[in-house]
Design a protein around this ligand. Structure first.
Ligand code: PRT
Ligand code: ZN
Length: 284
């Protein structure tokens, strides 16, 4: 039985459970319970604060965890192995200063004060760049620090950027890009790793089918080559002859963002009956 640590509440909780659900793993959804078993996969969920997930996985109390990459990096004294980037909870850790202050470059921070909840990442960044700066660790509301005279700048999580704008701050350096990651206890025993690999391949299927559509299009045989240049397939394309001789159907998986542009180009070369379908799963 594997044990996976998930955030008990907060930004990653719902998306982590959704990923398990889409991977066909049912978990009792009562976050007030510390532990919840899956009814159809050999895994139990341990709900924790995100800050505690790296340590819990590092020492093997949980075998796996889903946590922000930023937390993994900040808590590097509790090493874990990153197995997979899960492509949700995307954000960046950036330096920001009051927007009316001129920014000459990174040397701005020499001899200044920066407030953050991520002192570890910031210190190793400044050390690597030869910047000597006073890092003031605070737990929350980092963005108000410059306006109350606590710091000259901040180092914090940015997503849309609206929190910075609301507080009169401008982002000047991006230090780390982050998303939710699947982490594992270093050196996990092989028997458990086999189940972990099954889980990872299900996650890969879920992630790679996001934002994809299934496209079916009828093309005159003389235009197949041109059509295949417009909709390159993952492997060899599926090509089926139609009852009407001289025509074929092409099936392909395409990015949702490219559907209209591809459909327009296909029509221009004489394709007809373009059908776009939602895709449930893509198991590679
Ligand atoms: O209670 P617990 O300790 O478990 O949770 P928490 O309050 O420490 O963390 P939580 O739930 O806020 O965030 C969990 C993880 O989500 C973080 O570690 C990041 O990996 C990821 N994440 C993604 C974010 C954001 N986006 C985000 N926008 N975490 C925080 N924010 C905050 C940020 O701190 C800032 O205050 O949102 C604000 C900025 O957002 P924008 O959109 O205004 O730029
Ligand atoms: Zn936290």
């Amino acid at each position: 039985m594997l044990r996976i640590a998930l955030q008990s509440k907060g930004r990653l909780n719902e998306k982590s459970l959704e990923l398990l659900r889409e991977a066909g793993i049912s978990v009792e959804e009562n976050n007030r319970k510390l532990l919840a078993r899956s009814s159809n996969f050999p895994i139990e969920v341990l709900y924790l604060r995100d800050d505690d997930i790296p340590q819990t996985v590092s020492c093997g109390i949980a075998d796996l965890g889903i946590v922000g990459y930023n937390e993994v990096m900040e808590r590097s004294s509790h090493p874990v192995e990153v197995l997979q980037h899960l492509e949700f909870g995307k954000c960046r850790l950036s330096l920001a200063i009051p927007k009316y202050v001129e920014y000459p470059g990174l040397e701005f921070f020499n001899g200044r004060k920066v407030a953050t909840s991520y002192p570890g990442i910031l210190k190793s960044y400044f050390d690597g760049k030869g910047i000597v700066c006073e890092i003031r660790e605070i737990a929350g509301s980092v963005e108000v620090s410059p306006s109350i005279g606590l710091a000259d700048g901040i180092f914090d999580i940015v997503s849309s950027g609206s929190t910075l704008v609301r507080n009169g701050l401008a982002e000047v350096e991006t230090v780390l890009e982050s998303d939710a990651v699947l982490v594992v206890t270093p050196g996990l025993e092989e028997e458990k790793m086999r189940t972990v690999r099954t889980l990872m391949s299900r996650f890969t299927s879920v992630i790679s089918s996001r934002g994809k559509k299934y496209m079916l299009v009828n093309v005159p045989n003389g235009k197949i080559e041109e059509a295949l240049k417009i909709i390159p397939s993952m492997k060899s394309p599926t090509l089926l002859p139609l009852a009407d001789k001289g025509w074929s159907a092409i099936h392909a998986v395409v990015d949702e963002s490219e559907v209209w542009e591809k459909a327009d180009r296909l029509k221009q070369i004489g394709a007809e009956d373009i059908l776009i379908l939602s895709m449930e799963k893509l198991i590679i």
